[in-house]
Ligand binder design. Structure first.
Ligand code: ATP
Length: 579
């Protein structure tokens, strides 16, 4: 496939913010892709080179790209920098300068998708001494053959600023549309995606082997399974009414991990499926000791106090991530992992099995008192007993409980009532915190003006429309250092206009790509004409009253993992049930 076709379609995508139109453009582009290359195209549309869990990043900074553009177009580096200052977008710089050298005598051979993709992959893989120069020369090689349009998108891609404004749901809808002319196969594609977290692989299987192969898709050790998520209900009574006799587990406020053991190799994945293997050497050592050759299980990792046995909350556990000497920290802050689900053992996929069967197997493998131990659990159909267990866990410092349907399979990638969370509530506050995505910031007045950032504009995810809708301006909760750090991080992902996937009535001083998730606490959810979350023709949107940030960025969450409009609606309704 010629890369120029892709560049043309990307231009069409760029020219619209209408979701329906974007979907049509993308499906047309997919229809043009050959079977054996659709995976590469999907990765590029996801603005990746490989699925996220492989952790393959291109590693190009603006300065390196400036050099590549200068080299490819025979332009003085000073001129490249000047143009960048003027245009504010290295994609546009590459486009403008490529146009100038195209009156060459020998016309270069047209770039193909495979060449561009392989160039990106090669760039990502070079390391060691001389890596910077090698990366620059690979990208310069591509740019020197690119026409202006192609150069624009190659340049933007390598510095992570492609920003097509399309999410995975739109990609899946478009794949279905490209093959069968409607979105009817989206559910099947989504199921396969949930089992392997690799949309390129799903697309390729679909295009090469058809829908039957997608329907037969199975769990593979080494490929993370998209995590099952919980709904919420306000009381034990509501829970029993909804799912009857159920398992009730302690709800640990730790770091969720999915462990894969394949022979002697162990991989750990976070909530948003990033590879976290390097962070927990102590867990790796324990998993290696398991006698099962292949196993996939999930649990919550927590640091604890060796003397008192007290479990530390999430914020303490993740200090490991920030420190370099993980080995040393492992000794200072020892870990426990409370295993709460078992997904695969020696060739057998346990995800379709009922909870009770998975739990039985889990308890035959993991034992109480060890580093890897089963989560605390009771089975009951009595709200009072659930309440008592809940109170015990809360007084032991835990977050609450998780009720689980006894006959439910593991619902990969889905949030439903197979799991229900019940959290302790705080007086005068919402029982739950809300995870929101930053979409912009306001410069602020008064003392904050000196940081150039006074509040962030935040949004929740509308999963039906695949867009982010605003719900609050958050101006408190961060320390001075955090505001300064945040501004730096946001400036790196700032954009001139409202991003295509953002729906907002408020115009912040600076727009940013929806990328960072923060957890906020609020007193309640109210209705407000200012926000777009949950806004319909008849109803006003939802807003958070007195929102304040809890801790810093949630690096274990992707923007689509933020709370959704549907969840906000539920929490809004639940408020009135509380007395
Ligand atoms: P979510 O992960 O559902 O998007 P969240 O990050 O806001 O939500 P919570 O609402 O507090 O987290 O609850 C869900 C999380 O609770 C799970 O993702 C998991 O990390 C954690 N958890 C703790 N204990 C358990 C347990 N026993 N079973 C399942 N999950 C548990």
């Amino acid at each position: 496939m010629k890369f120029v076709i892709i560049a043309e379609y990307f231009e069409k995508l760029e020219a619209t913010t209408k979701r329906l139109e974007m979907f049509k453009i993308l499906s047309e582009l997919f229809r043009k892709a050959p079977k054996n290359e659709i995976d590469k195209l999907v990765y590029i549309c996801q603005e990746r080179i490989k699925p996220p869990y492989e952790g393959i990043e291109i590693g190009m900074a603006d300065k390196m790209l400036e050099k590549a553009i200068a080299r490819a177009t025979g332009t003085d580096i000073k001129k490249v920098k000047e143009l960048y200052k003027k245009k504010g977008d290295l994609g546009l710089v590459a486009e403008a300068l490529s146009g100038k050298v195209k009156n060459k005598l020998i016309k270069p051979k047209e770039l193909t998708l495979a060449e561009v993709y392989n160039g990106f992959l090669k760039t990502a893989k070079v390391s060691g001494t001389g890596a910077v120069d090698q990366k620059i020369s690979i990208i310069a090689g591509l740019l020197s053959r690119a026409d202006p349009k192609e150069a624009k998108y190659i340049a933007r891609f390598v510095i992570g600023r492609l920003r097509l404004g399309i999410g995975d749901p739109t990609i899946m809808d478009s794949l279905s549309q490209a093959k069968v002319g409607d979105r009817s196969l989206r559910k099947d594609l989504e199921r396969a995606y949930n089992l392997c977290s690799d949309l390129g692989l799903v697309a390729k299987t679909f295009f090469e082997k058809g829908i039957d192969a997608i329907r037969k898709f199975k769990v593979t050790p080494g490929k993370p399974i998209r995590m099952a998520l919980a709904e919420r209900l306000p009381s034990p009574k509501d829970i029993i009414k909804k799912i009857g006799k159920c398992a009730v587990e302690a709800k640990y406020d730790g770091f969720r991990l999915q462990c894969h053991k394949i022979g002697n190799k162990v991989l750990l994945f976070s909530r948003n499926l990033e590879n976290m293997t390097h962070m927990f050497p102590d867990i790796i050592a324990e998993v290696k000791k398991l006698k099962q050759k292949e196993i996939i299980f999930e649990g919550e990792a927590l640091t604890y106090n060796e003397v008192t046995g007290e479990l530390y909350p999430f914020q303490v556990t993740i200090t490991r991530k920030r420190k370099y000497e993980i080995e040393k920290v492992s000794k200072e802050l020892p870990l426990r992992m409370f295993v709460f689900d078992l997904l695969y053992v020696n060739g057998k996929d346990y995800t379709p099995e009922p909870y009770i069967k998975r739990r039985k197997k889990l308890e035959s493998i993991f034992k109480k008192g060890e580093l890897l131990q089963p989560s605390a659990m009771i089975i009951t159909d009595d709200p009072k007993e659930m309440e008592k267990f809940f109170e015990e866990e809360v007084s032991a410092g835990l977050e609450g409980v998780m009720a689980k349907r006894l006959d439910a399979p593991y619902s990969a990638g889905a949030r439903n009532y197979n799991w229900i969370k019940l959290k302790r509530s705080y007086k005068g506050e919402l029982a739950d915190t809300i995870d929101v995505v930053i979409v912009g910031y306001l410069k602020g007045r008064g003392i904050r003006a000196k940081f150039g950032i006074g509040a962030i504009l935040v949004a929740v995810y509308d999963e039906k429309e695949d867009v982010f809708k605003t719900i609050a301006k958050v101006g408190s909760g961060f320390s001075e250092e955090q505001w300064i750090e945040l501004r730096k991080m946001l400036d790196k992902i700032s954009v001139k206009h409202k991003p295509a996937r953002v729906d907002s009535l408020i115009e912040p001083d600076v727009w940013v790509e929806p990328k960072y998730v923060v957890t906020v606490k609020a007193d309640e959810i109210t209705r407000s004409p200012l926000h777009t979350a949950g806004k319909t023709e008849k109803e006003e949107g939802f807003a958070l009253r007195f929102p304040r940030a809890v801790d810093f960025i949630r690096f274990d969450k992707s923007p689509e993992d933020a709370n959704t409009v549907t969840e906000i609606k539920k929490i809004y309704k639940m408020q009135f049930k509380h007395t």
